[in-house]
Design a protein around this ligand. Structure first.
Ligand code: ADP
Length: 162
């Protein structure tokens, strides 16, 4: 069985992430979307909230499951016996950062964890969780960025009426 893991902050999940999830789920037999509990970042949504949101957003995909982890991706992947990490590339600006993570993971895992990149679908190339949060904080329109139930939750966090 071909398995992969898609790690990320997903704070919150956007249509860009969901596009990568749908495409990766059609390539691999099983895809684990894993929410990183990054203690250095102050997230808008807790890890538990992000897991719940992702579960709801991927409920129509039977071969996708959602988890969370803290610490190193290579340890989390090794525990699960997964050898492929999926990441998304939007623009050249993502490339340097993603290349560095991919090579570090390969080295630290003694070659056991490889990274596969899916390039963004053009309509989502502009999308990032941080821009969605910035727009929503000013009560701007995020309907093209995230599913309706996610938009509602984001506006609520910023105290905007929906
Ligand atoms: P991280 O904090 O690890 O960067 P993110 O949740 O921001 O986590 O992103 C997780 C992965 O999804 C990264 O590989 C990122 O490049 C990718 N990604 C984010 N937004 C998009 C998008 N609009 N299109 C394609 N890939 C994306």
């Amino acid at each position: 069985m071909k398995e992969a893991i898609y790690p990320g902050s997903f704070d919150p999940v956007t249509y860009g992430h969901l596009d990568i999830i749908h495409r990766a789920a059609s390539i691999f037999d099983e895809l684990t979307v894993s929410v990183l509990n990054n203690v250095e970042k102050t997230p808008l949504f807790s890890v538990q909230e992000r897991v719940k949101i992702l579960e709801e957003a991927t409920k129509d995909l039977p071969n996708v499951k959602v988890e969370s982890f803290s610490g190193l991706l290579i340890d989390h992947a090794a525990e699960k016996g997964i050898h492929v990490s999926v990441r998304g590339l939007r623009a050249i600006t993502d490339f340097e950062y993603e290349l560095q993570i991919a090579q570090t993971n390969k080295l630290l895992s003694n070659g056991k964890l490889d990274t596969i990149f899916l390039t963004t679908s053009l309509e989502y190339a502009y999308l990032s969780s941080s821009s969605v949060k910035e727009i929503a904080s000013f009560n701007g329109d995020i309907s093209k960025c995230v599913p309706p139930f996610v938009a509602k939750l984001i506006y609520e966090k910023y105290g905007h009426r929906v």
